[in-house]
Design a protein around this ligand. Structure first.
Ligand SMILES: Cc1ncc(COP(=O)(O)O)c(C=O)c1O
Length: 398
């Protein structure tokens, strides 16, 4: 189906074409100098936090929780209002997902008090999601973690407890204290999927200040081998077979140089990309504020530090209205999306989640009412105004 306005469009031009051409000309396709260059450049965005570029946001999350030792018998607390990958990587490690509710309808982020309520001695990791590129309450969560760690210490319990930020939406974002999202806790994971603020088709980043965790992530990203093909190629000494070792069985989660080249080009544009998104987001809020039947998540954007404005979520009165409005908008040439169908309502997790843990009323109401409007850098203010006008027309016609 063709639309006049897509939910997302790429901010690509001659720079991306040139970047890909150069990779092809250099004839080195997998994890090499451009990967290292991107990691260095992105690390600067995170105030020096070391980064590893990997093949996707999902493999970034998997590698982070795996390297933190997540395994059978462990529990992970996370929002149900997230993309499937946040939970799936927990299951891939043999651990159990415990879903916690969001803070409020206008703050659709993991609620620290709900995390405290769902904490057990088996909790090993908490995964807040910086939904739409707005900061989860990292202060609130770290207080809870500190308290639980001290309880465990007193009780002689040895299970560690970590926070891993799902920063898939949050490239270039900072919280109200100026801290870069994805580099506040034990580890942070970003996505470079096609619809993200840095779009490279596929790709992900793991950031961590913990030097030994970073080192292990680098090893596990490429099979657990100590020397990579690029390093061996650079200083070839003729005794290749003896120059590297296998430390532990790892994965092939390597990025390609094409990914790194595209990501580097997009990173240069990120200040403009995020500023344009901000302007359009604020414009939409200005137009929608006070309209009866419309509620706005993140209603006071200025109080959130520097979000990345990854998506534009709007709440309509109820699920039926949301579906009706989405259909009318599609007919008018406006594509919309939905972030997200709660994971505890999806077949697999519904079967796996004990009933007592499905007390996620705010998440359910939010999801029933949420519609995601188009937001990307190829939209003008006039485009955004037209999208909003069409939404209001659909909302108020029966
Ligand atoms: C919140 C969230 N977490 C994780 C992911 C997974 O990232 P990727 O698609 O790069 O594997 C996404 C991607 O859409 C996401 O939106």
């Amino acid at each position: 189906m063709d639309f006049k306005y897509y939910v997302f469009d790429l901010d690509y031009g001659a720079e991306e074409l040139q970047a890909v051409r150069e990779v092809l000309k250099d004839r080195w396709l997998t994890m090499g100098p451009r990967t290292a260059q991107f990691e260095k450049a992105f690390s600067k965005w995170l105030d020096g936090t070391p980064c590893a570029l990997v093949s996707s946001g999902t493999t970034a999350l998997h590698l982070a929780v795996y390297a933190l030792g997540l395994s059978r018998g462990d529990e992970v607390i996370l929002p149900s209002l997230t993309f499937a990958a946040t939970a799936n990587v927990v299951v891939q490690c043999g651990a159990r997902c415990v879903f916690a509710d969001i803070e409020r309808l206008d703050v659709p982020l993991l609620s620290p008090s709900e995390v405290a309520r769902k904490m057990t001695p088996r909790t090993r990791i908490i995964i807040p999601v910086h939904y739409a590129g707005f900061s989860a309450d990292m202060e609130g969560l770290s207080k809870i973690v500190k308290k639980e760690k001290s309880r465990r210490k007193k009780a002689g319990e040895t299970r560690p407890l970590y926070i891993v930020e799902d920063a898939a939406h949050a490239a270039g974002a900072r919280d109200s204290q100026g801290r870069p999202l994805g580099a506040i806790s034990d580890a942070g994971c970003f996505s470079l999927f096609s619809n993200k603020n840095i779009a490279a088709g596929e790709g992900g980043i793991i950031a961590t200040k913990d030097a030994s965790l970073h080192k292990r992530i680098l090893l596990l990203r490429s099979h657990g081998l100590t020397r990579q093909t690029w390093e061996r190629h650079k200083d070839y000494a003729g005794d290749q077979a003896y120059l590297y070792d296998l430390m532990e069985p790892g994965f092939n989660y390597r990025p390609t140089e094409l990914t790194a080249a595209l990501a580097l080009t997009q990173l240069e544009k990120l200040p403009r990309i995020n500023e344009t998104r901000k302007a359009l987001f604020l414009r939409a809020h200005e137009r929608l504020k006070g309209i009866s039947g419309v509620a706005l998540p993140f209603a006071e954007p200025a109080s959130w530090g520097k979000p990345s404005y990854h998506i534009l979520p709007v709440l309509l009165p109820d699920e039926e209205t949301r579906r009706r409005v989405a259909k009318s908008l599609a007919k008018e040439g406006v594509q919309t999306s939905h972030h997200y169908r709660p994971l505890h309502t999806m077949s697999y997790y519904r079967k796996k989640t004990p009933r007592a843990e499905c007390d996620l009323r705010r998440t359910e109401e939010y999801a029933a009412r949420e519609i995601t409007l188009p937001l990307h850098t190829r939209l003008s203010f006039a485009d955004m105004d037209e999208i909003i006008n069409l939404m209001m027309k659909a909302l108020f016609s029966n």
